[in-house]
Design a protein. Structure first.
Length: 483
């Protein structure tokens, strides 16, 4: 969405009665309405509710050093609880439409890299330690200073890259794009559908959902994304009842046997803050925590900048309002995730779906957080939305974020090359962190080659050095004898 369109949208928002809640969240001031905030909160929840299924599958399917597994029901409760509490805290404390939940990628690191080396309690203790260290970086001002040191064109490139990344997530989640197994003996890594063609009723639901979403957006229908999600969920329920569908993937659209189920809080507090040191030694712990911090740090940075930019909330210098509070809450979410055994919680790029619905304030988070709170008791009902019905929203939001590419000066190589690498590496490696790292390293290198190294902020030099370590972590571990 262009700045002119955002300005026009704010003018057309219509009059709103200014209440205490309105003033606290600055709803009218930011050109929004209660209706938009509520729609945005619903849209964000439905595009990230998959984590209630996926996080228990990833963590619950792994074993620790002693062969122990976490209970999936308890994991579902922990995942919903952390998402509910920290999303609301972000809304009230940070006043951004930025929801939080267990981070994908981070949970895989915990399940497949950390847990096999120690007990689950020790692994979750490392997550708590990571979150505490991030909070220290925020309090000292270092984390915010790094974000402010990034040139505006790179911030715009981050937003564009995230747009492509989130669209790819939508395509992959729906099965529109799949990975070709290595056994196929082909150099092509991905393909259309599962066999090179689009087959099955679920794929039809996704494709119709994409067409419906973009059609509603083109018509500038209010609530376009949410209308599409709800409509296609109803269609999926009907299709599943009438057609012979082999599989929908993670979530099958069918009414559950029971609507209400009691939450199980058995995993809360099951962590050991320093137990890992006795299991694997100080050097390995430091490297693992460093990996977690780096991923969490820059995934959050990219997400906060991308969502804020799409919402039109960046100031004239490209800075996020109240960034210090936002980053501190994000760090606290990592602590909460580890303490609840739900893995590190972080800001979700799917929040852009809510922004696409018009959300501009933390009031939308009250809606999203409340829905996660309801999920503690209504998980069987609230998880009937299949990915094929929710994923079209991610594709549409990817387009909206992609429009910022026009603000990048493609004639200046010191900007264009880092921007290109940032944009390309994110979807191609399925990682926000990798994209930011590639862009930073290229920016520092090109400035140096052009004899303008002094123009690079010292924090970017330090950050680029850390990314160099991040990309070379395997040979470093081998040199240190911990690989």
């Amino acid at each position: 969405m262009s700045e002119a369109e955002k300005t026009a949208e704010r003018r057309d928002a219509g009059p709103s009665t200014v209440t205490g809640v309105d003033r606290f969240f600055r709803i009218t001031e930011r050109g929004s309405t209660f209706g938009r905030e509520i729609r945005g909160g619903f849209a964000t929840f439905f595009t990230m509710a998959y984590i209630l299924v996926l996080n228990p599958l990833i963590l619950g399917g792994a074993k620790d050093k002693f062969g122990e597994q976490l209970d999936p029901v308890q994991l579902t409760t922990a995942t919903a609880l952390v998402a509910a509490v920290m999303t609301i805290v972000m809304g009230v404390g940070g006043n951004l439409p930025l929801a939080l939940a267990a981070g994908l990628g981070l949970n895989a690191v915990v399940a497949y890299q950390i847990a096999p080396l120690m007990s689950w309690d020790d692994a979750m203790g490392l997550i708590v330690l990571e979150g505490l260290l991030i909070c220290v970086l925020v309090v000292t001002g270092l984390r915010e200073a790094v974000m402010h040191a990034i040139p505006q064109p790179l911030k715009q490139a981050i937003s564009v890259g995230i747009g492509l990344f989130i669209a790819l997530i939508g395509f992959v989640d729906a099965g529109f794009v799949t990975r070709i197994p290595d056994a196929a003996n082909t150099t092509v890594p991905v393909q259309l559908g599962g066999t090179g063609t689009l087959t099955g009723w679920p794929m039809l639901v996704f494709c119709v959902g994409v067409l419906l979403t973009v059609g509603l957006l083109a018509r500038k229908v209010r609530g376009a994304i949410l209308i599409s999600i709800v409509t296609m969920t109803v269609v999926a329920l009907v299709v599943n009842a009438l057609a012979d569908v082999d599989t929908w993937g993670l979530t099958t659209p069918e009414f559950p046997d029971k609507v209400v189920d009691a939450p199980d809080f058995g995993l809360l507090g099951q962590f050991s803050l320093f137990g890992a040191f006795g299991q694997i030694g100080v050097v390995t712990v430091v490297l693992l925590v460093f990996t977690l911090i780096l991923s969490d740090f820059f995934d959050t940075m990219g997400t906060v900048v991308g969502v804020s930019a799409e919402a039109g909330l960046l100031d004239e210098d490209g800075k996020v309002p109240g960034l210090g509070k936002v980053l501190l809450i994000d760090g606290a979410a990592a602590v909460a995730g580890g303490a609840a055994s739900a893995s590190s919680a972080t800001s979700y790029i799917e929040s852009a779906a809510g922004v696409g619905e018009g959300a501009r304030t933390g009031f939308a988070n009250l809606v999203t957080g409340s829905l996660f709170g309801l999920a503690l008791f209504l998980t069987p009902l609230l998880t009937i939305v299949p990915l094929q019905a929710a994923a079209p929203a991610l594709v549409a939001v990817g387009f909206l974020m992609m429009t910022q590419v026009k603000h990048i000066d493609w004639d200046r190589y010191e900007i264009a090359v880092p921007a290109f690498l940032t944009i390309a590496v994110m979807p191609f490696t399925y990682s926000i962190t990798n994209g930011i790292g590639a862009g930073f390293l290229a920016y520092v290198l090109i400035k140096t080659v052009l004899g303008r190294a002094k123009e690079v902020h010292w924090l970017l030099w330090g950050t680029a050095a850390l990314f160099l370590v991040h990309f070379a972590i395997d040979p470093i571990e081998q040199l240190l004898g911990v690989g």
